[in-house]
Ligand binder design. Structure first.
Ligand code: PLP
Length: 455
């Protein structure tokens, strides 16, 4: 066959795509009707599609291109590594230089005594590892009945059977036999949608205390761990009330359960610190990382664990691993990405300069008739759309307003995502103040057009 190129006509690219490519999280009918948008190139915060449109990427790909597109240093690192050692595994008492360097670098960056790293190729794989890790940990500690992992509804921890079960997406659970046994879900700290007449502070406490209730119902001797994202990302950028995390931390300590903090989105600067755990003063036993670890230039994820967890796991042979655990090219690219994040002061800039600027500009959308709540921490934010700001009422057909708004964003060459009726942003961390202005202007225009369409 003749391969198509980025310069091939859009219709041809779309037809070949629709004929053979099954897409994640995509309805076939939409593809057949309109075809996929074909992204051909990217630079900085900007995508180019096959029609030559320049699109501002308000989502950093899938929350991952933290340093922005087009950094040749990462391509050079991959090239060098492919020539030197394109692959070797890390099984059976073997290692290589990129993996050992990256593990040590992550130990240096991660807070507290999170000093040991188990590699994977994605966040889903890393969370599968975590599920097996925490259960093995308790087995090795002589408490094999501690097997239940508590998670939250509307959490996202990945798409494999294990990580999808840990997640609390009901649409995912409806397909393919999830959740697997031994996972228990509690309610999320989403004040806007579920807080009723409680203050956010009281509601945050109440939702954290749901963890204690669940532990007591299940029996503390049966609970292995609690897993949560510092801020739920794919759930719609649900920023928890300030009271939430301190109470979760207290409860986890009280019952001695392991705390798995899923930093796949929040990690590597997104919340204005290296990790969301620092933003919320959480002390994880295990941290899941992926996405921003390589800024999406290579598929890589990891579980970073404390000295205590590592000591227990190293007491046995952990019969677990992936061919690409610690892939040398992915590790070399991740190291280069971390060097850039660090040396260019990108995380500090998000915390001190561009983050506060984005907050101010994004919050200015609160006066829009469609916008109820505006939430933003660092470089992740969301707008809750509502027909009634006072009662926080949902739309009669949840998701429709969000979908219309997202389509208007596309038409205005801005990528924003919708989660039902929450409009979400998570731009590259290198976004400039001018680009932030463009993002907010295009978002407002899209909201205006959505409002017209909803009338
Ligand atoms: N955990 C969180 C918080 C995520 O947002 C995601 C992906 O969006 C994952 C895990 C799964 O990561 P991956 O898609 O790399 O498997």
């Amino acid at each position: 066959m003749t391969l198509l190129t980025p310069n091939s006509p859009t219709a041809e690219l779309q037809a070949l795509d629709a004929a053979h490519h099954l897409h994640p999280f995509t309805h076939g009918a939409g593809l057949a009707e309109k075809g996929a948008r074909v992204v051909t190139r990217a630079e900085g915060c900007w995508l180019t599609d096959s029609d030559g449109n320049r699109i501002l990427d308000g989502m950093a790909g899938l929350w991952c291109v933290n340093i922005g597109y087009g950094r040749s240093e990462l391509a050079d690192a991959a090239h060098r590594q492919m020539l030197e050692l394109p692959f070797y595994n890390t099984f059976f008492q073997t290692t290589h230089v990129p993996a050992l360097n990256l593990a040590a670098k992550l130990a240096e960056l991660a807070p507290g005594d999170l000093n040991h790293v188990f590699f994977a190729s994605s966040g889903s794989e890393a969370n599968d590892t975590n599920l097996r890790l925490v259960r093995t940990y308790w087995q090795e500690k002589g408490q094999p009945e501690r097997q239940v992992v508590i998670s939250r509804w509307n959490a996202y921890h990945g798409s494999s059977v294990g990580s999808g079960s840990l997640g609390g997406m009901k649409g995912m659970h409806a397909q393919g036999g999830m959740p697997i046994p031994g996972i228990h879900h509690i309610d999320q700290p989403n004040w806007w949608s579920e807080g009723g007449y409680a203050t956010p502070e009281a509601f945050g406490l109440e939702r954290a205390q749901a963890l204690e209730t669940a532990i007591l119902e299940i029996g503390p001797e049966k609970v292995a761990a609690f897993i949560a994202e510092p801020i739920q990302g794919a759930g719609g950028v649900i920023v928890p009330p300030e009271t939430y995390w301190p109470e979760i931390q207290r409860i986890a300590k009280k019952y001695g359960i392991l705390l798995i903090v899923d930093e796949v989105i929040c990690g590597f600067g997104r919340t204005g610190n290296w990790f969301g755990s620092q933003t919320y003063d959480i002390q994880p036993d295990i941290m899941t990382v992926a996405k921003g670890l390589s800024s999406g230039y290579q598929p890589i994820g990891a579980s970073i664990v404390t000295d205590d967890v590592a000591k227990v796991i190293e007491n046995t042979e952990f019969n677990h691993g992936y061919t690409y655990s610690g892939h040398p090219v992915a590790c070399a690219v991740a190291l280069e990405n971390l060097r850039i994040l660090e040396e260019e002061g990108i995380v500090d800039r998000v915390r001190d300069e561009t983050g506060p600027y984005l907050k101010e500009r994004f919050e200015s959308l609160a006066d829009h008739p469609l916008v109820g709540e505006v939430k933003i921490v660092g470089m992740m934010g969301s707008l809750a759309l509502t027909p009634d700001k006072v009662t926080r009422a949902p739309f009669a057909e949840p998701g429709t307003a969000g979908l219309i708004c997202r389509e208007r964003c596309f038409a205005n060459n801005l990528i924003m995502r919708h989660v039902y009726d929450r409009m979400v942003i998570s731009p590259p961390l290198v976004i400039s103040k001018d680009e932030i202005d463009t993002l907010v202007e295009r978002a407002r225009k899209s909201l205006d057009e959505a409002l017209e369409q909803l009338k």
